[in-house]
Design a protein around this ligand. Sequence first.
Ligand SMILES: Nc1ncnc2c1ncn2[C@@H]1O[C@H](COP(=O)(O)OP(=O)(O)O)[C@@H](O)[C@H]1O
Ligand SMILES: O=P(O)(O)OC[C@H]1O[C@](O)(COP(=O)(O)O)[C@@H](O)[C@@H]1O
Length: 310
Amino acid sequence: MITTVTANPAIDRTIIVEDLKIGYVNRVIRSRVDAGGKGINVAKNLKNFGDDVIALGFIGPNAKYIIDCLEDEGIKTDFVKIKNETRTNIKISDISRMEVTDLNEYGPYVSEEEIELLKKSIFKYAKESKVLVLSGSLPQGVPKTFYKDIIREVKSGDLKIILDADKEALLYGIEEKPYMIKPNVQELEDVVGKKLESLEEVIEEGKKLKDSGIEIVAISMGGRGSVVITKEGIYRVMPVKVEVKGTVGAGDAFVAGFAHGIYKGLPIEETIKIAAALSTSVVMKEGTRAGTLEEVNILKDKIGIERIER
Ligand SMILES: Nc1ncnc2c1ncn2[C@@H]1O[C@H](COP(=O)(O)OP(=O)(O)O)[C@@H](O)[C@H]1O
Ligand SMILES: O=P(O)(O)OC[C@H]1O[C@](O)(COP(=O)(O)O)[C@@H](O)[C@@H]1O
């Protein structure tokens, strides 16, 4: 089984506009609502691959919609019901500039008792899982060491832990050496505390993290693809040129591709191709939607992948 944890789910509201003018009245062409939040998006992609996945996290009284969406897709869920409301994240998609602006709320305040309930639940499901995905920001009240504490508690040879977080949550989490991390360049810059101007610098810093004991360091670079640093080698992955309709959820799809490959024990190059293809299929869609196996099968062979170093 694969367990995904979303401490800070979101009702993602995507608003499609043409030529957004800040400070003026803008007309909305159309809008849509999706169940969002990083681990939730990972779970949606994994379900489309037919994997056995359960989604955990905190859920507020206003967000039954998220559970319904997941259950409609056949995804198992076991969320801790909290007192305060789940956030709504606004995504403004400007189709003339092909640009998405994210307005992400901090999320609700979560109490100590609620945090303990989620921890207990993660510890329980981790015992039955091969892969554990810890993803996204932490809502208010949750200590920045949340992921670190979980990794320390559940880490074992049989459980592969993927951490996709930012800022302090990532910094602390890294100390416990998860199996894989997936920072984007900005997140990597925050970890190393300096600007990374060239691909060489990005690789250099990624290598240091790998050498510190993290098996897979996958650095995503948006429309420039990614670099994946593993013990098998360093891979430069080029994106497919497609019509981009929305980039929200691309990083989560990329993580899901790795979770799938690791779960199935696939070779690293095949895993990378699936991850890149899955994220490509997501940028071809409006809103926060998952990719499908059919889409990945079409896109996979178009992914350019080159081993640049052993
Ligand atoms: N504009 C784009 N064109 C093609 N592929 C993209 C584009 N943006 C993202 N992707 C794909 O999605 C992956 C993850 O995107 P990225 O934006 O780096 O993630 P995050 O959302 O975590 O910052 C990229 O490595 C790439 O494969
Ligand atoms: O937890 P965070 O970092 O605020 O991010 C949450 C947002 O990111 C998403 O999970 C999308 O993430 P990616 O674009 O990085 O894949 C949205 O569904 C959600 O609104």
